[in-house]
Structures are given as structure tokens and as C-alpha cells.
Design a protein around this ligand. Structure first.
Ligand code: UDP
Length: 326
């Protein structure tokens, strides 16, 4: 049975396709390749298309007749969203609405939607449960929350079935090294630290050392991408049985500071990583970590990869493999 993976040529999407295929599903990737890479479409066909192209979406749905959709197609960089919010609202909101309407018009095809912990904004009461108030502090988070709200309204008014997954920070790479993270330039913390460890960059710039955290740098919940992928397949299967809740957090429940991540990379790569401190980056909440007990209690999902150094080791092995291959 086909599952449409929208944004499936990207980092998280490609891990989901691997997991779908391993569980007997046939992933059909729909991606405009603006951020994704056809090299990572390894488990089914690729349809090159944009989520704002209703005609192409319709054609794809009629051709492949998917039973459900996993929707990850989005721009996802906090800094970029501050500089250019238009592209975030256009791609993430207008594009998602076009996709949702296409699925709704084709018999309410169920959707698993990829959202982000950034919708919580600055919170003092941690860990974050799904019932915490949401208050994003950057355009990326606003765009994700808008789509969450559209899905909630469509569920109520039209019975459109969906589950939103709020990921914390996706990191690491497929332990079999079939896929991993590859962006140019790299916007995320761990790949940037790996670039420093490899000697590509002289130092890591740490955004802010005056946050109300134990060492002054931001704290995040870093979850292995394969654990995120596995949760999607589980949620999809439960959504098809009408047994999934509308919203789950996906995190480990453990927070690490930027400086703790630097030290863990130093251990794994066995090199020193110089850091320089810079002012806070606009739109960064001080501390985010999950209470993911809802999905654990309800669907029995829990992260398999809890050891930070192992998680970083998968990212480091992938990083070196990409360098040697290129
Ligand atoms: N960060 C940093 N230097 C960098 C990139 C990121 O200090 O060059 C920090 C960032 O401020 C945040 C954390 O690392 O606190 C994780 O950032 P990332 O962009 O990886 O993910 P985000 O939390 O924005 O989704």
C-alpha cells in the first residue's frame, strides 16, 4: 500500500521512507528538491513537484492512490525565517493548505503532519507536555502553528483525519549509513560542530551565553532521527485504525546545552572544538525539552537511542562518509 511522503527527499523524510519500507509500506516521495536530495530517495519512486501545485498533487494522488500522507515539506530554519518570513508563510502555510485541500477533496486521506517544539516558545514550566500553551517566537514556529490550527479546524468541521507530531531537535543518521543529514550550508548545531571537528571551520559560534540555564547556553532535546522515523510509521498505522490522538510530542525528555553537545562531539571525534561566543540568535527560546509520555503511554513508542555519544557517533560517521564520497 502506497504512502505519500511529501518532503520525503529530505533528512527526516528519507529516514521515514526507510522505516516505511521496512514495515511493508510503499513510500512514494513527492518533493520539489529545493532542500531535498534525489540521492536519498532509495525506497520508492520520486515525483518532482511543489506542494503549491494543486494540479500536480491531484495527478500524483490519482496515479498512486496512497492510503495516507506524511507531510514534512517545509522550510525549517529559525534564523532564515526571521530574515525572510514571506517564504515561510508561502511554502509552509500556503503550500500545506494546498496539500490538505487536495487530500480532503480525495476522500479525506489521513495525514501525519510534522510540526516542531518551536511552537512552544519561551516556557518556564518544563518538561513540555502537549497541553502547554503555545506561543512561538519566530516566523518558522508561527507557520507550523498555523498549519496545526488548520488541521484542528478541518478535523472538527470536515472530519479530516490527522495527527501532528511536534519534534524536538532531530539529530544523528541512519545507523546503517544509508541516509543522513546533508545541507549546504549546514544550519544546525551538530553538523556545524562536526565541520569544526573536521577542520572545515575554525570554531563554533555559540549564540548566547547569558541564558537562564546552568552554563548560559541554550538547552534542547536532541532526538535520534531514526526514533522520529519509527514514530511516524507507528502513528500512521494507528491513524488508519482511528486510534491516534491529534497531537504528540516526540522527544527524549532530556535536555543538553550547546556546550554539553560540544563536549560530547569532542569525545566522539577525539579533537578539540574551539568555540566563540556571540549574542543570542533572535527567536531562540532558552530551554526546550519534552514530556513525551503521551505517545509512550498511548502507542508504546519510546526512543531507542538515548546515549548522546552514540547518537553523535552516527552523525560523525555519516559526515565522514559524505566527505570521502564527495
Ligand atoms: N546554535 C549555536 N550555534 C550555531 C547553530 C546553533 O549556538 O552555529 C544553537 C542555537 O542557538 C540553538 C541550538 O544550537 O540553541 C540548536 O540550534 P539548531 O539550529 O540546531 O536547531 P533549532 O533549535 O533552531 O531548531
Amino acid at each position: 500500500m502506497n504512502v505519500l511522503v511529501v518532503g520525503g527527499a529530505g533528512y527526516i523524510g528519507s529516514h521515514i521512507c526507510k522505516n516505511l519500507a521496512a514495515n511493508g509500506w510503499k513510500p512514494v516521495v513527492y518533493d520539489n528538491l529545493s532542500r531535498g536530495d534525489r540521492r536519498f530517495v532509495l525506497w520508492g519512486p520520486l515525483v518532482e513537484g511543489d506542494i503549491r501545485d494543486r494540479g500536480k498533487l491531484q495527478e500524483t494522488i490519482l496515479k498512486y492512490r496512497p492510503v495516507a500522507t506524511i507531510h514534512l515539506a517545509a522550510f525549517a530554519y529559525v534564523g532564515e525565517s526571521n530574515e525572510d518570513p514571506r517564504i515561510y508563510y508561502n511554502n509552509n502555510v500556503v503550500g500545506s493548505l494546498t496539500l490538505i485541500d487536495a487530500l480532503s477533496a480525495n476522500g479525506n486521506l489521513p495525514m501525519v503532519f510534522s510540526s516542531s517544539c518551536t511552537v512552544y516558545g519561551n516556557q518556564s514550566n518544563l518538561p513540555l507536555t502537549e497541553s502547554h500553551p503555545v506561543a512561538p517566537i519566530n516566523p518558522y514556529g508561527n507557520s507550523k502553528l498555523t498549519v496545526e490550527n488548520i488541521l484542528a479546524d478541518y478535523r472538527r468541521a470536515y472530519g479530516f483525519p490527522s495527527t501532528t507530531l511536534r519534534y524536538f531537535n532531530a539529530v544523528g543518521a541512519d545507523p546503517d549509513m544509508e541516509t543522513g543529514e546533508s545541507h549546504n550550508p549546514e544550519p544546525h548545531l551538530i553538523p556545524i560542530i562536526l565541520e569544526v571537528a573536521y577542520g572545515d571551520k575554525p570554531h563554533l559560534t555559540v549564540f548566547g551565553n547569558d541564558y537562564p540555564t546552568p552554563d548560559g547556553s541554550c538547552v534542547r532535546d536532541y532526538i535520534h532521527v531514526s526514533d522520529i522515523a519509527r514514530a511516524h510509521v507507528l502513528v500512521l498505522e494507528e491513524l488508519l485504525k482511528d486510534n491516534a490522538k491529534p497531537l504528540y510530542n516526540l522527544g527524549t525528555g532530556v535536555g543538553y546545552s550547546v556546550l554539553e553537545i560540544v563536549r560530547a562531539v569532542e569525545k566522539v571525534a577525539k579533537v578539540q572544538v574551539p568555540v566563540e561566543f556571540a549574542p543570542r540568535r533572535a527567536g531562540d527560546p532558552a530551554t526546550l525539552y519534552a514530556d513525551a509520555s503521551l505517545i509512550q503511554d498511548h502507542l508504546g513508542w519510546k526512543p531507542e537511542y538515548m546515549e548522546l555519544e552514540y547518537i553523535i557517533d552516527t552523525a560523525w560517521r555519516w559526515f565522514k562518509k559524505e566527505r570521502i564520497g564527495s
